[in-house]
Design a protein around this ligand. Sequence first.
Ligand code: ATP
Ligand code: MG
Length: 193
Amino acid sequence: MTDTKEKRYKWRREDYRENTKGLLMVNTGDGKGKTTAAIGVIVRAAGRGMKCCMIQFMKSKNDRYGEHESLEKLGVEVHTMGDGFTWDTNDKTQDIKTSEETWALCVEKMKSEEYDLLVFDELVYVLDYKFLDVIKVIDEIRSVRKKQPHLHIIATGRNAPPELIEAADLVTEMKEIKHPFHAGIYAQQGIEF
Ligand code: ATP
Ligand code: MG
């Protein structure tokens, strides 16, 4: 392969940003595949030399998942939110605080103008739980989009609110037909985490 050809296949086009229409994509539904489909797009985009980052709302910084190892090998930044949610204590104030801190990091990344693709994993979940205001989130995305029309964003999580569906360019619903969970088979390495 010549240098030029290699470049073409390896990296994004020189006019990539000027000629790209950034999409707001939502992976929702009760079936498996929302997060892993978003990771699939990251794998594709990273191969084009696009700068990608994934921020995870529901996972604590002590959790190491298979995708963290793999994405870091591809040069993709992954951020997990730190303290975790307070499922046990049911402390809604803390959950809101954690969500807001994580969203602040999303805003920082959006505004940095460094990225081509940002994945906000399980953002939809915290919107559904109303830990964050969906209108505020959509407004922030829209205002960033004005300055960076090329920026692609993927949000994942069950029960996407209608306002988010309305604002999105692409919405996919994963539908559960069958899940091993119902046969008593719990999360397995490499498939779930
Ligand atoms: P994945 O990360 O495998 O793409 P997901 O993002 O679609 O799954 P989430 O809603 O984030 O799924 O749920 C997290 C975990 O719950 C995943 O490990 C997944 O396998 C599991 N899960 C997904 N759908 C179901 C279901 N219908 N019943 C039980 N567990 C499920
Ligand atoms: Mg998920």
